[in-house]
Design a protein. Structure first.
Length: 553
């Protein structure tokens, strides 16, 4: 009770202290959280003040809840699951962003330039030469997802007009088409940085799915355990209340016997002291029940605005005793094939293999084949001059169509093939990083084997806990039956004067302890069964992982 009240008080203080620094919507939400916490605290305080004659007052309506309904609500509304479900979407966007690198990129540009050239030379073409130039360019470029190559195609157009006496075309219309392709032949041919990142991100996408599966499995197990804990706490309250009723009845019976003179007054005092002790036990049991209820609510609601947050949960499923045979060998095989931490470790090693292949590729020489092709054309009004800079003797009209005709007719082609080679002499940084990565790969393989052994050990230990809890429950059932028999015998002996008040009180106390022990043993058995199922799917905690190879060294 102290822990839950302290948590609720701190939550209210944090909400009130930070409200001034938040937006209005946050202030409303924080105020709602604080109000709900205060209501929970008021409910607990009311229950403490009215024990044991007045039942605990619920903040909201009482809601009956089965285990399947609690599990379904958790799968739908648990905030940890909601957060984990967003991770695959984030990885999808990361993949889309990386794959967009291989989409074609369109480019275009327009420029206008005016230049007046001073007469610095006889070759200027005049005393004051004016050059006007308009440029219209467009193109497309793309990196290809195979072979590590990339290409570009550009279409360039230029219109120039000048009073230069040396110009043969005025205005001059130029058009050119330039195509280029670069292809790595060794390094970056099979894999490059972009393709490595895409493959690793795709593996991380699978890992996020595995983590989601692990969160689902762990949450379902936690809900089941929290449900049984709440049911145990409810039953513990019932046992404590029944024990208190027996103590109160004993007080009343002793007072009647004192009045008729068959019992000493001291026996009444002893019975009253025992009744007070059991009132305290009832108060503690009810506080434990409220804490268990909050624990279950935390797993199955999506916020303080959820209608179940203010309701009183009444678990209606009973933890029936259903002994199940345990196949340890089959469970170990299943866990080795299905455990989320093992699946994640194998995916990490798969990612390491991709990175290792990339780093091995980076140790190769860089050999790139570059091919370029250019065709161009020129058009416009052509001046046939007499001598250098002489007067035009003939003017041939023309336009942009002449430039396009020459371009498409490939009248002025340019071919170029180039081979680029580079390789560092001596040891390179890439070779050192590759050697280090191979050691890390061997390390991750050893870590996987250690994790498999840890999983097998964990499954076996959990199976042993199931068997141990089964034995404990069977012993607790026998102990409770014997305590009931002993209490009945002591009460019968006390009624005929063959026993004392002390032994009756002790028998009542032993019965309450045996009943609680039986409930706890049954809960521990059901909990061990839940743990045995969970441990075959997901670990209790993520723990240590597998070494991930980084390209940075």
């Amino acid at each position: 009770m102290k822990n839950s009240c302290a948590f609720l008080t701190v939550l209210a203080l944090l909400s009130s202290s930070r409200a001034g620094a938040q937006e209005p919507t946050d202030q409303v939400r924080f105020a709602e959280i604080a109000r709900a916490a205060a209501q929970q605290f008021a409910s607990a305080s009311t229950a403490e003040q009215t024990r044991p004659t007045v039942p605990t007052t619920a903040v909201g309506p009482s809601v009956e809840l089965t285990l399947d309904e609690a599990t379904a609500r958790a799968l739908e509304r648990n905030l940890d699951i909601v957060v984990e479900r967003l991770n695959p979407q984030l990885q999808d966007y990361n993949l889309a962003s990386l794959r967009a690198i291989y989409r074609p990129t369109l480019t275009s540009s327009f420029s206008q330039r005016n230049q007046v050239q001073p007469p610095t030379s006889q070759l200027n073409g005049g005393l004051v030469v004016r050059n006007d130039q308009n440029v219209f360019n467009s193109g497309i470029a793309q990196s290809v997802p195979w072979g590590g190559g990339d290409f570009s195609v550009s279409w360039n157009n230029q219109r120039s007009e000048s009073n230069n006496s040396f110009s043969n075309f005025n205005p001059s219309l130029n058009s050119s088409l330039v195509a280029s392709y670069t292809q790595p032949l060794l390094r970056d041919f099979h894999i490059d940085s972009t393709r490595r990142t895409i493959k690793v991100t795709a593996i991380n996408r699978d890992i996020s799915d595995i983590q989601l599966r692990g969160t689902l499995s762990s949450t379902v197990a936690n809900v089941r355990i929290a449900y049984w804990e709440l049911l145990f706490s409810v039953r513990a309250v019932e046992v404590a209340r029944g024990s208190l009723e027996l103590a109160v009845k004993l007080v009343e019976d002793n007072r009647a016997r004192v009045e008729v003179g068959t019992l000493a007054p001291l026996d009444v005092v002893q019975a009253e002291a025992e009744a007070a002790t059991r009132r305290q036990a009832l108060a503690q049991a009810e506080a434990t029940m409220q804490t268990a209820e909050l624990t279950l609510k935390r797993l199955i609601v999506n916020g303080t605005e959820d209608e179940l947050w203010r309701a009183r949960i009444t678990p209606i499923d009973q933890p029936e005793f259903r002994p199940q045979p345990i196949d340890i060998e089959g469970a170990v095989r299943k866990s080795l094939g299905n455990r989320t931490d093992l699946d994640q470790a194998r995916k990490t090693i798969e990612s390491n293999d991709v990175t290792l292949g990339f780093m091995r590729n980076q140790t190769l020489p860089s050999v790139d084949l570059v091919a370029n092709y250019t065709t161009q054309g020129v058009g416009g009004t052509q001046f046939i001059r007499q001598g250098l800079g002489g007067t035009a003797t003939q003017v041939i009209p023309g336009g942009y169509g002449d430039a396009l005709a020459a371009l498409l007719g490939r009248d002025y082609p340019i071919w170029q093939v180039q081979l680029n080679f580079s390789y560092p002499l001596g040891g390179s940084a890439a070779e050192a990083q590759f050697a280090r990565a191979r050691v890390q790969r061997n390390q991750s393989a050893a870590q996987l084997r250690a994790l498999e052994l840890q999983v097998a050990t964990e499954v076996t230990n959990t199976a042993l806990q199931v068997q141990s809890s089964l034995t404990s429950y069977e012993a607790a059932v026998v102990a409770r039956e014997l305590a009931e028999t002993r209490l009945a015998a002591e009460q019968s002996r006390f009624e005929v004067g063959l026993s004392t008040n002390f032994f009756v009180v002790q028998a009542q106390r032993d019965l309450a302890t045996a009943q609680n022990s039986e409930l706890r043993a049954l809960l521990n058995y059901r909990r061990s069964q839940v743990d045995f199922e969970r441990v075959q799917e997901s670990p209790a905690s993520r723990g240590a992982g597998i070494t991930s190879i980084q390209t940075g060294g």
